[in-house]
Structure formats: C-alpha cells, structure tokens
Write a protein that binds this ligand. Structure first.
Ligand code: UGA
Length: 434
C-alpha cells in the first residue's frame, strides 16, 4: 500500500519506519524543511532506541521517502495518517487543533481515489467529525473516510511497541475503511488484539487510557508518601499489589511525578473536554494538581538536604522525562531543576542523551558535565532524576571519594538502600523512611 504520514515527530517517524518494514511504500511529509533535508540525508531527527538501524534499512530498500510536498505525499495514497502535534493551549490547556485542521485542509486538496484519512494524533472526541467536514468543504468530490487510529507507542520503546502492541484500535464508522485498515495491519493478525469500534469511542479510548495510567502513577506516588510516613517500603508494597492480576505490576514505579509530551497534556485536555460536556472528572483533576505539587515538593526535599545553602554544589543525573529518550518536554527533571536553580547557583547536570534539549530550556544557568562522575566531583549532594540504566551501575566507592559529602537523593529508586548505606552514603529514596 502507499501510505502518507503527515508529521515526522516521535509518532510519525517510528510509525513510518515500521510500516515501511512491512513492505508498504511510505512517504513522510513535514513542513520543516531542515528536518526533511536531514532525513533525506539519512540522519534521524529524534533519538529513539533501536530506530536508527531499521530506518537505514528501509531507506536503503527504497520503502521510506521524505518530502515537504503534501501533493507528492498524498497523491495516490491509500492511507494518509495525521501525526501532527496537538499541543496544549497555553491558557485553556485544551488540545490545540490548528495543526490537525490545517493538515486536513491541505491533504484534502490532493486526494485522488478512495483514501482513508487516519488520525494518529491524540485529539478530543468529535475531532474526526470536524476533520471530515473540513475535507468535504475543501474537496466536495473527494472519495474518503476519516477514522481514528490512536497511538499507544511509548517514547524510548516506540520500535518495540510498534511491532508488539498490546492492541490495535480502529475507530471507523465505515466498513470500507475498516477493510483497508485490517489489510494494512495484516502482519499483526493472530499476534495482537484488534478492536473495531466507533470513531468517538476510539478517540475516547486514547484519553481514557493515558489518564488512567497517569492516575495509576499518582496513586503509587501517594502510597509512597504514605510508606515514608508509616515506615513501610513502597517497593515491597508495589510488588505485593502488582501480583494481583487485576491490578498488574506495570506503572507502579514511584517517582518525581509523571511528565512527557503526553500525560500532562492529555490529562489536562481530558479534564477540559469533560467540562464542555458538563462532566466533572474529579479523579483526573486531583491527579493533575497533585502531580504539579509533587515536583515542587521533590525540589524542596533536595534543597533542605543542603540546608538551602545557595553555594552547595548539586549534581543532577538525568534530565529527560524518562530513560531511553532525549525528550525534555514537560520533564519532571527539568521542572525540579528549575526549582533548584531558583535557590542554588552551583548546579551541575548530566544526561546521556538529553543535554542539547536541556540546554535549549535552561541555557547556561547550570553547568554541563561529560559524565556522572564529572557532575558528582566536589558535590554536596547527588540527585537522580531520570531512570537511565547506567545510573544503576555507578561505582559507589569512586563516587564517595570524589563527592564533597556522600549524600544521594534518588527520586527514581534506582539504587539499593542497603548497598548505599554499606558504602557510607546518606541515602534518601522514595517511599522508604529516611
Ligand atoms: C505514554 C503512554 O504510555 C503511551 O501508551 C502513549 O502512546 C503515549 O503516552 C502517547 O500518548 O503518545 P510516554 O509519554 O512515552 O507514553 O511515556 P510513559 O512511559 O508512559 O511515561 C510517562 C511518564 O510517567 C514518565 O515521566 C515516566 O517517568 C512516568 N512513570 C511511568 C512513572 O513515574 N512511573 C511509572 O511506573 C511509569
């Protein structure tokens, strides 16, 4: 099949590479000429575990192409996937749909032959109706269906999640469109669950899933607060809860709060959308408020460990919103870092992949280290904010020797409390009495 993908971000690019690997002819289109130029030259514009190799393979096989021309991408396409951003509106926090609507209008001009327009971006319920109307207005003779095809890829695991999804949800109101999509996703037949539902249900599934996962994180973070106060151990508690298959053992890792380009945006959008329908989503609203407070609370925890001394050197390990990605958007690490900078003028940071993105956000208000040890050298405290695997294997005797004070605040529970104690560290993690 010929597939056009509009938007070459963290969703569009891995999806394009995956569909090309299945033998489809994929064209990715983006308005940003510099991005397309880099991709044409064989340079990936995002970091995503395992994507590079596959990207080079499908490009070499002639299955994946890049263009800035919507006409070139859409002409003759069987399926057009919309994977553009739906960022939160700065004031209302609703999803900003201008990019989706602009893309729909442009796509409409070049449709020829029956085409399925699949919305991959996370969009409020009813957006499919509007996209359909825009296309009809722009090109009344076009033969098309608009469907919702929600994306469940996690950043950092996008390649894995593309090839081994928990489910494929197809929200289509037409049988013809469903048939095309089942044909496209045939390689997954017998390997994953397909859910064929109406378009509005599909749009809702995406928000309901992300909001539920955010609430699950909120819940385990609250339990961690409880454990700290009550003298229980959150790791043991999460393990005991997770053994119940109704609860499941995933997304029970306490941390500094959830972040990234999805959960904060989607929980806010869901809450706002519900208000428009006259529904109050109490659980989601509480989750949003607590998550914001939590990051400030975590920064206070670090600062009080150095007695709010502005001269104390704070070494920060991890800046990305989670391990495995260079993405710093809505990163709890960056929010905590901003709080630390307000008080301390001696913060040194290190992240294996996100240094450039972090620099764009906080500039030279911090110093940047080449590795964890350079950051820790002479530090009064070391703080772990992102769960990069390499932080699990720090050389503890070496760390103790180079730090001014052997003090570690581990907001991702990466290190073993007993081991830290044995090595002479003052160690504070989450959900364990300090
Ligand atoms: C999330 C969803 O997991 C994907 O299914 C979805 O497709 C994607 O949003 C999206 O809407 O596009 P992602 O934002 O990449 O994926 O990241 P997650 O792995 O879900 O993590 C989100 C945040 O929750 C991170 O800050 C992470 O550190 C935090 N988290 C996650 C925890 O604090 N504890 C956990 O147990 C799990």
């Amino acid at each position: 099949m010929k597939i056009a993908i509009v938007g070459t971000g963290y969703v569009g690019l891995p999806t394009g590479v995956g569909l090309a690997e299945f033998g489809n002819d994929v064209v990715c289109v983006d308005k940003i000429a510099a991005k397309i130029e880099a991709l044409k030259n064989g340079q990936l514009t995002i970091y995503e575990d395992g994507l590079e190799e596959l990207f080079q393979k499908v490009v070499k096989a002639g299955k994946l192409h890049f263009t800035t021309s919507m006409k070139e991408a859409v002409s003759g396409a069987d399926v057009v996937m919309l994977a553009v951003g739906t960022p939160p509106h700065p004031v209302t926090k609703e999803a900003d749909l201008q990019y989706i609507y602009a893309a729909a209008q442009e796509v409409a001009q070049y449709l020829d032959g029956y085409t399925v327009i699949a919305t991959k971006s996370t969009v409020p319920v009813g957006t499919g109706d509007e996209v359909e109307a825009i296309i009809k207005r722009t090109n009344p003779s076009a033969d098309y269906d608009v469907i919702s095809l929600p994306e469940f890829l996690r950043e950092g695991f996008a390649v894995h999640d593309f090839f081994a999804p928990d489910r494929i949800v197809i929200g289509a109101n037409s049988e013809r469109a469903r048939k095309v999509m089942l044909e496209l996703y045939k390689p997954f037949e017998g390997k994953t669950k397909f859910l064929l539902v109406g378009r509005k249900s599909s749009e809702t599934i995406k928000y309901a899933s992300n909001a539920f996962l955010a609430m699950k994180i909120h819940y385990i973070n609250e339990m961690a607060d409880f454990c700290e106060a009550a003298g229980a151990n959150i790791s043991e508690v999460a393990c005991g809860m997770g053994l119940d298959s109704r609860i499941g053992n995933k997304f029970l890792n306490p941390g500094p709060g959830y972040g990234g380009s999805c959960f904060p945006k989607d929980t806010n959008a869901m809450a706002q959308m519900a208000k428009k329908f006259g529904v109050h989503l109490h659980l989601i609203e509480t989750t949003i408020a607590y998550n914001d407070e939590r990051k400030v609370g975590m920064a206070k925890r670090v600062l009080s460990a150095v007695n709010d001394n502005p001269d104390a050197k704070i070494a920060v390990l991890g800046l990305a919103f989670k391990g495995g990605t260079d993405d710093c958007r809505e990163s709890p690490a960056m929010d905590i870092l901003r709080e630390l900078i307000k008080c301390s003028h001696n913060v040194c940071v290190y992240d294996p992949k996100a240094m450039n993105n972090a620099h764009q956000l906080v500039g030279d208000s911090v110093s940047y280290a080449a590795d964890a040890y350079e950051a820790a050298k002479g530090a009064d405290i070391l703080v772990i904010l992102t769960e990069w695997e390499e932080f699990r294997h720090l050389d503890l005797p070496k760390l103790k020797e180079i730090m001014k004070k052997p003090q570690v605040v581990d907001l991702r529970n990466m290190l073993c409390a007993d081991e830290m104690c044995k090595n002479g560290f003052d160690y504070c993690c989450i959900g364990l009495k300090h």
